[in-house]
Design a protein around this ligand. Structure first.
Ligand code: NAD
Length: 360
């Protein structure tokens, strides 16, 4: 991979290759854009089969964080880090402390967090070397498990979609098909049930399905049948790429709104939803509750303040829909425009005004 070419094409600011032989560390930190603030993004540990694969992943994920933070209204930029290694075999105190020293060396341009393959314990080791880390143990002032925050944000975004597509600000009486009853999905199901929605659920974990039946009076279907369910809202909370040429034609809903990352297999699936008149809540906008929650740690975590900000996802989704209508584009494109317009406007403003202390 030609790294500089990729950096030029997509506007990356900095890519840092980190090596510490004694600790066995091979890591890459990618900082995409710090126009709005320091680059916050998780640290992924994965046994990449090649350096190119690791570089490709860290670059792609860092850029995604720029858009997610910008659309969420946070004063944060986009970054991400990867450690090349097997999280089941290669973890050690020395490894994460070595990584932490590299984070510290960037002086706050990059703030790390948990991601696939890393845990709270790993963040605590990193914290021994740097303050530029979130998601440490609650004893150090962390916000803890992000899933309730993510679920709360999805619920708020779903209500905004219902207002526009179904003409009701309340989900009471609506039928909602939920795919995935994990950390986010189960919390979301509780909000929906409490508001009076009728739930049709699926999960490959039978125990979670039984709990949803018992606690929320949910009806259950087989995992593959969820796409055919007659419903008002389909909510994917399990896997990526569930909106694809095989599933989109099967959907019998007016809205798709869920927490799963990378729901669209490709852009053309977002176009297909748009053509079918199904309102799609862009995944990185509606699932930003966890990010907003963890970002609040940077000011000394306050749950009430964080959840108040997360409630803003309702307004953000309405803004995305407004841009989609203004420009005649599908919502997944409108979300990118919302992020790009905010970065451009604030970036321009900063050029002409005295610097202020940013609040996240
Ligand atoms: P999780 O692993 O706790 O839950 C996922 C659930 O999906 C599990 O119960 C699993 O059994 C189920 N599942 C897996 N394959 C399935 C299938 N084929 N059909 C039906 N169910 C299936 O994960 P989570 O933390 O709840 O996250 C869910 C999604 O939301 C993921 O895509 C994640 O990346 C995304 N997300 C999560 C957060 C967060 O705060 N946890 C934040 C942003 C985005």
């Amino acid at each position: 991979m030609e790294v500089f070419k990729e950096m030029e094409n997509y506007g990356y600011e900095q890519v840092v290759f980190c090596h510490n032989e004694a600790a066995g560390l091979r890591a890459i930190i990618a900082i995409h854009d710090t126009t709005l603030g320091p680059a916050l993004g998780g640290l992924r540990m994965w046994p990449y089969s090649s350096e190119d694969e690791a570089i490709f992943d860290v670059l792609r994920l860092a850029r995604g964080m720029t858009y997610k933070a910008a659309a969420a209204g946070l004063n944060l930029g986009g970054g991400k880090a990867v450690i090349i290694g097997d999280p089941r075999r290669d973890k050690s105190e020395a490894l994460f402390r070595a990584f932490g020293r590299f984070v510290q060396s960037l002086g706050g341009r990059y703030i790390t967090a948990e991601d696939v393959g890393t845990s709270v314990e790993d963040m605590d080791y990193i914290h021994m070397e740097t303050d530029y880390v979130t998601g440490v143990s609650t004893a150090y002032g962390s916000s803890g498990d992000p899933s309730p925050a993510t679920a709360f944000g999805v619920w708020q975004g779903m209500k905004a979609c219902a207002k526009v597509a179904l003409g009701t600000g309340s989900l009471s009486g609506l039928t909602i098909a939920l795919q995935g009853l994990g950390h986010v999905g189960f919390n979301l199901a509780r909000h929906l049930h409490d508001e009076g929605a009728r739930l049709i659920v699926t999960d490959i974990n039978e125990e979670a399905v039984e709990r949803a039946k018992a606690e929320f009076g949910a009806e259950a279907v087989e995992p593959d049948d969820i796409y055919d369910v007659e419903c008002d809202i389909f909510s994917p909370n399990a896997l990526g790429a569930v909106l694809n040429p095989e599933t989109v034609p099967r959907l019998k809903c007016r809205v798709v709104a869920g927490a799963a990352n990378n729901q669209l297999l490709s852009d053309s699936d977002g176009d297909a939803l748009h053509e079918r008149g199904i309102l799609y809540a862009p995944d990185y906008v509606i699932n930003a509750g966890g990010l907003i929650n963890v970002a609040d740690e940077l000011q000394g975590y306050n749950r009430d303040r964080a959840f108040k900000k997360i409630a803003g996802i309702h307004e953000t989704i309405l803004k995305v829909i407004g841009i989609a209508e203004r420009d005649g584009v599908p919502t997944y494109r409108a979300a990118d425009r919302l992020a790009e317009e905010r970065i451009a406007l604030i970036g321009e403003q900063r050029r002409f005004h005295l610097p202020s202390r940013p609040t996240v």
